[in-house]
Design a protein around this ligand. Structure first.
Ligand SMILES: C[S@@+](CC[C@H](N)C(=O)[O-])C[C@H]1O[C@@H](n2cnc3c(N)ncnc32)[C@H](O)[C@@H]1O
Length: 262
């Protein structure tokens, strides 16, 4: 039998110690706007409602949103937005001139999409504390050259410094998921300017090409993308890279050199 997939990735946190550790990881929020993705029944929300200057929660489930509104009706600092986080303008929820903090035990079926969405709003955000499937967290925080380093890690690390905080077993949730879960701290710190990249979208597309087929060398992936052998050889020489290198072995500054050279 297939394991049951809960609706909308709804594995609710039931470990009291863990929900406090996650909320604590945001630090002092008394003067801050906090955005929570997927508050569910309010495991983390309940703690932050007492601490944050302003807490905006985005929940897609049409029955959970009214439940939360009722639960926090005496908290004027808490706002419940019913909707899909991927369609939500996160920047618009943070007052101008402020940097928001983001928190969430993410719905695992759209973790990567949520991370990419967060990055498009990074100018309005300072820090995120987000829980995700352990394997995905390992990929986000992986060092170049390690087995887990790939497109997700390279993309994430262009936008943020990632630290793994702690890992929870399935029993911390109801219903228990099939996987372990890791809490990551992401400090938004885009590296595009530092690495001399003006065309951010172009660079994102370039990273995708480089990691197109994990087992192929970088030069084979670039050839498959339409670059000529001579172009690739020249660019690799300019960037000081062996053309037989695989993308997962390259640090981000080498990708940037190669991008500029091509
Ligand atoms: C893993 S549960 C976490 C719930 C709660 N924060 C907790 O820790 O117990 C994920 C939550 O995200 C909500 N959700 C799923 N997809 C969503 C989306 N696209 N936008 C906003 N919330 C979503 C689910 O309804 C659920 O409440």
């Amino acid at each position: 039998m297939q394991p049951r997939k809960p609706k909308l990735g709804q594995n609710f946190l039931v470990d009291d110690n863990a929900r406090h550790r996650i909320a604590d990881a945001l630090g002092d929020v008394s003067q801050r706007t906090v955005l929570e993705i997927g508050p569910g029944h309010g495991a983390i929300t309940t703690i932050l409602a007492e601490r944050a200057k302003r807490l905006v929660c985005i929940e897609l489930d049409r029955s959970l949103a009214p439940e939360l509104r009722f639960k926090f009706r005496n908290h004027p600092n808490v706002e419940i937005v019913e909707g899909d986080v991927l369609q939500t303008d996160l920047t618009a929820l943070v007052p101008e001139g402020e940097k928001g903090l983001l928190i969430g035990n993410l719905p695992y079926y759209i973790t990567s999409d949520i991370l990419l969405h967060m990055f498009t709003h990074e100018a309005a955000l300072e820090l995120a504390v987000v829980m995700m499937q352990r394997e995905v967290a390992d990929r986000v925080a992986a060092e170049p050259g390690s087995r887990d380093f790939g497109l997700l890690g390279a993309t994430a690390q262009m936008h943020a410094r990632a630290n793994s905080l702690f890992t929870l077993p399935p029993q911390a949730f109801a219903p228990p998921p099939d996987v372990y879960s890791t809490v990551l701290r992401l400090a938004f710190a885009p590296r595009f300017d530092e690495l001399g990249i003006a065309d951010r979208k172009g660079f994102d597309r370039f990273l995708k090409l480089c990691f197109q087929q994990k087992r192929k060398t970088l030069s084979n992936n670039l050839r498959a993308a339409g670059y000529t052998p001579a172009q690739i050889a020249d660019a690799c020489a300019a960037a000081g890279i062996e053309s037989s290198t695989r993308a997962e072995a390259l640090p981000l500054d080498r990708f940037a050199e190669l991008f500029r050279a091509l």
